[in-house]
Design a protein around this ligand. Structure first.
Ligand code: FES
Length: 265
């Protein structure tokens, strides 16, 4: 386990991406890898793990979905407000010799995958950026990804943008028409389970980002251990290979809340 000192600084930018997602940017060289997270701290509110959605030498961003409690407090943060963070923590998506990768997200899962797409494109790889959302108004980062040079495909539940239906159907279409070397996914576990099934069908490697309730974020408290392996998703995760996910019996079935009780997914 490796902790990192808390840094407190003013948010350089606060962008409302859609009605329930906000991105906070900090002018700080975090040196993070795609898929890692920071522990974000709001004075008087508390601390929670948040996905890094953007990272350059000088600036990084975290994107936060409003699911109540701490995240609702983040929605009120404005440019210039003081915020603390520790990190980066956790495992990251790995890129090797792949020429083309497919990034498949649902909901706020697009946050780490946008960061990964930036890195893949900078390395000259082709990136298919597939994003599923409830409706057009919930999509974000798609314009950023188009401008960066990714091939962007979207699906919505109501058909208000892109293909009506599941993002996994888009993945199947992309794989049927293109040579893709690796899949990376982040989002609801039911979706990621389907992505893993499709990756098996097409015999492709697949990395997933598996989120669990965290307290310490650095491997001490045991809150984020998963059944039956007992690995900690804050240190041995959140990014794991599909072969590891296959051994985690709770993947796609249940998670644990703050008190350790099982909650069906
Ligand atoms: S959050 Fe404490 S061990 Fe992972």
């Amino acid at each position: 386990m490796k902790d990192s000192p808390m840094v407190t600084m003013k948010a350089a930018r606060a962008v409302q991406e859609n009605p329930s997602v906000k991105t906070l940017y900090f002018d700080y060289g975090l040196g993070a890898r795609p898929g890692q997270f920071v522990m974000l701290w709001l004075p008087g509110v508390g601390e929670r793990p948040m996905s890094i959605s953007y990272c350059t030498r000088e600036r990084f961003g975290v994107s936060v979905a409003d699911v109540g409690g701490f995240s609702s407090a983040v929605m009120k943060v404005k440019e210039g407000d003081a915020v603390g963070f520790r990190g980066p923590f956790g495992t990251s998506f790995k890129l090797g010799k792949e020429k083309a990768i497919a990034l498949v997200s649902g909901g706020c899962g697009c946050a780490p995958l946008a960061f990964l797409a930036d890195e893949a494109l900078a390395k000259g790889k082709k990136a298919f950026y597939l994003q599923g959302a409830r409706s057009k108004g919930m999509l974000f980062f798609t314009e950023r990804m188009r401008k960066a040079g990714a091939e962007v495909l979207v699906s919505t539940d109501d058909g208000s943008a892109g293909k009506k239906g599941f993002v996994t159907e888009l993945l199947r279409e992309v794989l049927q028409k293109n040579k893709v070397d690796k899949i990376c996914t982040c989002g609801p576990e039911i979706m990621m389970k389907k992505v893993v099934d499709i990756s098996n069908e097409f015999k492709l490697p697949c990395d997933i980002s598996m989120e669990r309730y965290m307290k310490c974020g650095i491997g001490i408290c045991g809150q984020c251990c998963v059944d039956p392996l007992g690995i900690r998703m804050c240190t041995e995760g959140p990014v794991i290979k599909k072969e590891t996910a296959k051994k985690i019996t709770e993947f796609g079935k249940y998670r644990r809340d703050a008190s350790g009780r099982r909650v069906p997914i």
